[in-house]
Design a protein around this ligand. Structure first.
Ligand code: MG
Length: 306
């Protein structure tokens, strides 16, 4: 039995856009976030306060936050890599932050410029400061299932790093299949191994659809009582390690499945599909990567113009 209610955590404006080659104007990013919140998404990760030269697509993080009209009851978390990023996030009025860790040494060294242990140590003061400021703190763990340099990741290693990260005080821990190689059996093994190590209600899942497994993996997670699922509108954010256009699980594919299961999300699929088509157009893409948006088609008003 799936849970009665699931929190769909939208990552398109951050995880999606940071992995798209095209750079969008600030006003388009703001409209994207506002339209996603308008479609009923309860959490929209808005941007990233990493150093602008690392992720030029999101170098206008402060401007985006300043221009954003916030909807009551909607969370707008921002990614924060270190204490400098934390200061900028606080100045921008962020009320929720996310920190980004890795299970594997290879990815940590290439992407975080530090080893796994070192990067976890560096998060401690950021998380502490966040809590002191009354912020909610999310932790991401990437390469939970497979790593492009190390291959399949040992489940025991995942448990070890997840336990450490949870002990640092994150309120929520998102388990990322960064290269999209997980299958449902593997997803089930990892979640079973985390049982009793990290509270289930503190876990979220972040699947990529590289091999078409994302929804099957989500279903496996729902059966294990996971109630927060990450997704990206239109499947924004191609897979940077597989040369595939299919990266993040598309939010509208997820909502279509959850609707069919009778799981409450508060998200309306019609405006969501409209956002998927609109942002694909802004990025110069022919169509969204997600299946549900393509199946349902662009909203009538945009056919033949607009
Ligand atoms: Mg992702």
């Amino acid at each position: 039995m799936p849970p009665a209610e699931v929190t769909v955590y939208e990552v398109g404006p951050r995880d999606g856009l940071q992995n798209e080659a095209e750079r969008l104007p600030t006003s388009v990013k703001v409209e994207l976030i506002e339209r996603l919140a308008g479609a009923g998404l309860p959490a929209v990760e808005a941007t990233s306060f990493v150093r602008p030269e690392w992720v030029p697509q999101l170098s206008d993080a402060s401007e985006v936050m300043a221009a954003l009209t916030r909807r009551p009851g909607v969370r707008y978390p921002v990614l924060v890599p270190n204490e400098a990023g934390m200061r900028r996030a606080l100045e921008s009025g962020a009320r929720e932050i996310a920190v980004f860790g890795s299970v594997t040494e290879s990815f940590a060294r290439r992407n975080l410029n530090a080893g796994v242990e070192e990067s976890l140590d560096a998060f401690a003061p950021v998380i502490e400061r966040g809590h002191a400021e009354g912020l909610r703190v999310r932790g991401y763990l990437s390469m939970v299932f497979g790593d492009p340099w190390e291959g399949e990741v040992e489940v025991a290693r995942v448990v070890e790093v997840a336990r450490r990260m949870h002990a640092l005080g994150v309120d929520e821990l998102s388990l990322g299949d960064t290269i999209g190689v997980a299958t449902p059996a593997h997803a089930g093994r990892v979640l079973d191994a985390l049982d009793g190590e990290v509270p289930r209600e503190a876990l979220a899942v972040h699947f990529h659809d590289t091999y078409g497994q994302a929804l099957a993996n989500v279903l496996m997670a729902l059966e294990r009582g996971i109630t927060t699922v990450d997704a990206s509108v239109g499947g924004l954010g191609g897979c940077p390690f597989a040369g595939s256009a299919t990266g993040n699980l598309a939010t509208e594919d997820l909502v279509y499945m959850l609707d069919g299961l009778g799981v409450r999300t508060g998200v309306e699929i019609e405006p969501l599909v409209g956002v998927a088509w609109w942002i694909a157009g802004e990025l110069g893409l022919e169509e969204p990567a997600g299946r549900a948006a393509r199946a349902l088609g662009p909203p009538p008003a945009t056919i033949g113009g607009g």
